[in-house]
Design a protein around this ligand. Structure first.
Ligand code: 13P
Length: 248
């Protein structure tokens, strides 16, 4: 059985005071969640998450990782630093990093490799822009993005990643892919995983991200290849995040 995962991506939001309220709300409202839950937070708040979530089932992690182990890379955060604060997950290749920081497929693959080699679980994001979808390039785009990562990892390492399909046109826009549209891409991603390693296709969760909210989560999560969600805006409100967790 593939595990289910609901992960929050806080992006560049939060403050010590606001996080304290949010983390307490999530922790106390979790109950008996049947899926794994994580929050991916700005690096300065990792220590706060460790202190607030220790002993709870909620995991935490970062939103990016350097391809380098250490050294003169001003502003970057290494895998070992994320681990120092108890991180389990790190997002790599989010479309905001690909577009605002010009991260290409090779760099995303190198980051995924660095994360896995260090013992973190990379949440590898793929997704097409509106223009790519309208030009019929959804399949070629997400395949290219995922294949770059699969090529960089060994068969065994691929079993230790999470994939997230995030259509760029659905992020923060309130437009969600229909469950059928999302399932079509998730099925395709599953078959690429299967080509690399049938074992990975069995165990690697494929999350959907892009305006997932309490009112559309259940129908998306009901699709056979949607194993969870990567949640932006709705992860910043404890009640919304908890309601998506309950839908899982
Ligand atoms: P929204 O849920 O705000 O659309 O963001 C999705 C996302 O980018 C998660 O990584």
């Amino acid at each position: 059985m593939r595990r289910k995962l609901i992960a929050g991506n806080w992006k560049m939001n939060g403050s010590l005071a606001a996080n304290a309220v949010l983390l307490t709300g999530i922790r106390s409202g979790m109950g008996e969640a049947r899926c794994e839950v994580a929050v991916c937070v700005p690096a300065p708040y990792l220590a706060q998450c460790r202190d607030a979530l220790a002993g709870s089932p909620v995991r935490w992690g970062g939103q990016d990782v350097s391809v380098h182990e250490s050294g003169a890379y001003t502003g970057e955060v290494s895998a070992s630093m994320l681990l120092d604060f108890g991180s389990r997950y790190v997002i790599v290749g989010h479309s905001e990093r690909r577009s605002y920081h010009r991260e290409d497929d090779d760099m995303v693959a190198a980051k995924a490799l660095r994360a896995v080699a260090a013992g973190l679980v990379p949440i590898v994001c793929v997704g097409e822009t509106l223009q790519e979808r309208e030009q019929g390039q959804t399949e070629s785009t997400v395949t290219r993005q995922l294949d770059a990562v699969l090529a960089a990892l060994s068969v065994e390492q691929v079993t230790r990643i999470v994939v997230a399909y995030e259509p760029v046109w659905a992020i923060g826009t309130g437009k969600t892919a229909t469950p059928e549209m999302a399932q079509e891409v998730h099925g395709l991603l599953r078959s690429r995983l299967n080509q690399k390693s049938p074992a990975a296709a069995e165990v690697v969760p494929i999350l959907y991200g892009g305006s997932m909210k309490p009112d559309n989560a259940a129908e998306l999560l009901a699709m056979p290849d949607i194993d969870g969600g990567l949640i932006g805006g709705a992860a910043l409100k404890a009640l919304d995040f908890l309601s998506i967790i309950r839908a899982c």
